[in-house]
Design a protein. Structure first.
Length: 331
């Protein structure tokens, strides 16, 4: 994969049920191209010209792989709840050379047609087949949620699709650029991240907090989720109307990013364990926001800041750490 800045977000398939609903977005290819390899050595040599931008072919002396790249930069920082890749492969040459089989793979793309995409590291997400001239096309549809989650979480701004023939010979076929689409459902995030880039925890990276749902106070629909935490670590969320910065408070390894009167979500069921995924989440009740003097109701026009405080260790010694902060302007 091309190097990307690590973006740590939770595995949101594990979120508790709430009023949150995934918002589907449909992406069509930004670029479509086909790369030719002759003689076959596994390296791309040239691009196929029009009208063969989608050519897929496998023969002993030459091979062609079709590629498409989707611009998913709008999903940066958003939790991915589901993703489906679909499209069509059609016959270009109807010779009967048996059942033609294909692999479909996803890769970390850059939105530009590169010869190196022919052999770039990719993850197989599905396979398909048909038998011309009996069939002249086949449609494919794959659940690619896990693969898209991994790519977006690693910072990918474009997702590439590569289709290659796995039967030999496999005479020319065409990957349609008009039927292809990538439908991705994501959760809406609210608030603004701040106080990032703090000391890493024992995973090697800092923990990350996101606020999901609605910034409308009356909707009472906010979920906090923290990820990139140590596995099986206990933690809880804290809240305040004020921001702050206190380095290593009370011997912690992290930075406290809240100031003023700080409330703790430590009621029944609110102290969470990160489990094997290193994530914790909490559905907030905005009518019961903790402060040092009791519970208050979050009102429109107020700004609240949140952070996660969690157990950690350094050199085998128990300590604690913090995520970054997230600030929500309620309406």
């Amino acid at each position: 994969m091309r190097a990307k800045t690590l973006l740590c977000v939770a595995s949101f398939l594990a979120l508790p049920s709430s009023a949150l609903a995934a918002v589907p977005q449909t992406f069509t290819p930004l670029v479509s191209f086909s790369v030719h390899d002759e003689p076959v050595d596994g390296l791309g040599d040239s691009f196929n010209g029009s009208p063969f931008e989608g050519m897929i072919r496998t023969q002993s002396s030459r091979a062609d792989r079709a590629m498409q790249e989707f611009d998913v930069s709008s999903l940066a920082g958003q939790p991915i709840m589901g993703a489906t890749l679909s499209g069509r492969v059609s016959v270009n040459n109807a010779f009967d050379n048996g059942v033609r089989t294909f692999d479909f793979s996803l890769y970390d793309a850059n939105g530009v047609a590169d010869l190196s995409d022919y052999q770039i590291t990719a993850t197989v997400v599905g396979s398909g087949q048909y038998h011309p001239p009996i069939n002249t096309f086949f449609d494919y549809s794959f659940n690619v949620t896990a693969e898209v989650q991994a790519l977006v979480q690693s910072g990918a701004t474009h997702i590439g699709l590569r289709v290659e023939g796995t039967s030999n010979p496999n005479f020319p076929n065409i990957l349609s650029d008009t039927a292809s689409q990538l439908v991705i459902g994501s959760l809406p995030t609210v608030g603004t991240s701040y106080c990032g880039g703090g000391p890493p925890n024992s995973t090697g990276v800092p923990g990350v907090i996101l606020a999901l749902g609605s910034a409308t106070a009356a909707a009472n629909d906010v979920t906090l989720s923290a990820s990139a935490l140590p596995a099986n670590a206990f933690g809880f969320f804290i809240a305040s109307r004020m921001q702050g910065l206190v380095a290593m408070p009370g011997g912690s390894q992290g930075n406290l990013c809240l100031g003023g009167a700080i409330g703790r979500y430590v009621g029944a069921g609110q102290i969470k364990n990160s489990g094997q995924t290193g994530t914790i989440s909490l559905v907030l009740d905005l009518t019961q926001t903790p402060t040092p003097t009791g519970f208050v109701v979050v009102a429109a026009g107020e700004t609240w800041n949140y952070q996660a405080w969690h157990r950690d260790s350094v050199g085998g010694m128990a300590t604690s750490n913090f995520t970054n902060g997230v600030s929500v302007d309620f309406q």
